[in-house]
Design a protein around this ligand. Structure first.
Ligand SMILES: Nc1ncnc2c1ncn2[C@@H]1O[C@H](COP(=O)(O)OP(=O)(O)OP(=O)(O)O)[C@@H](O)[C@H]1O
Ligand SMILES: [Mg+2]
Length: 276
């Protein structure tokens, strides 16, 4: 069997980021990220949906000149999906690298999005990559692969989603440099909304001010506050000339809750800033 095996190696260039992704820092996250990379330490990004985790990783990959291998984790994702597998092609058995092995072989950032969703064996394969050992065990090949200096592991975690059963274990959490992203300060978020949606400052300001009031409704049962992403969407629709009410309903009301009373409350907050 061994004589038929072929190893397929992917080009790292396929995953490089050529243009600077716009990212406005909320605090010292860029410095923290750079320091982690320089010291070969893994990073854990904590933050609610739409708070800029993915954008930060894209920006840092560009800044550090690294390829980016992103994996959206789900409850069926196993260690083999990350490391690779043999496939049969004609009468040959071919080895296909998984995204984590690609990053370890070629150097680059491996970004495991929502890692707690994945199966337990994923934690087992990432542990030796997260401390001084920096190697990836690939059971199917019976080998370990040492990560080069240009390899970095980044995982994300949304504290609002996880149930008690799906918390990161302390032994995993404590291996990472933790970066917390929340909602950006008002003036920063206005700039982000303007830049990303192309809307004017006045509209962006009203969207952000309304969002900050809606975020307070979390105490009244709203699962997650309105995200920066949704403000960007609202600005984008209005900029395209869609009616204000339709734009707001489609981005800042409907996606937030199924609860009729909460929808009404959100609408009332928005009516303080927009007429619709
Ligand atoms: N600090 C920021 N600088 C620039 N853009 C930002 C920033 N924060 C959020 N955004 C905007 O919000 C959008 C959503 O951000 P992003 O996709 O990074 O969120 P996320 O935290 O990865 O969310 P999820 O948990 O749902 O994956 C981005 O596409 C961008 O338009
Ligand atoms: Mg993301």
């Amino acid at each position: 069997m061994a004589s038929h095996k072929k190893t397929k190696k992917f080009e790292s260039g396929d995953f490089s980021i050529s243009h600077e992704p716009f990212y406005l820092p909320q605090g010292t996250e860029i410095d923290l990220f750079e320091a982690a990379y320089a010291n070969k330490l893994p990073v854990l990004l904590n933050g609610p949906t739409g708070s800029g985790k993915t954008r930060l990783v894209e920006h840092m990959a560009w800044r550090l000149g690294l390829s980016l291998y992103t994996v959206a984790c789900h409850d069926d994702l196993s260690a083999n999906d990350l490391t690779g597998r043999y496939i049969i092609k004609g009468d040959e058995v071919q080895w296909i690298d998984g995204p984590l092995l690609m990053a370890v072989r070629n150097g680059g950032i491996a970004y495991l999005d929502e890692v707690v969703e994945a199966r337990k064996d994923v934690t087992v394969v990432i542990h030796p990559l997260t401390d001084h050992r920096r190697y990836l065990p690939v059971e199917k090949k019976g080998k370990i692969f040492r990560a080069p200096g240009e390899f970095m592991l980044v995982i994300s975690y949304n504290p609002n989603y996880q149930s008690v059963l799906k918390e990161l274990k302390p032994s995993t959490r404590q291996r990472f440099i933790s970066i917390n992203l929340g909602w950006p300060a008002e003036e920063l978020e206005i700039k982000i909304v303007c830049q990303e949606s192309g809307t004017d400052v006045n509209t962006a300001e009203k969207l952000v001010k309304a969002a900050n009031r809606i975020r307070n409704l979390v105490h009244q049962g709203l699962e997650e506050g309105v995200s920066t992403r949704e403000l960007v969407y609202a600005g984008t629709l209005m900029k395209r000339g869609l009616p204000v009410g339709d734009s707001l309903r489609a981005t800042m009301i409907e996606p937030l809750t199924y609860d009729g009373d909460l929808k009404k409350s959100i609408g009332e907050v928005l009516k303080n800033y927009f007429s619709f």
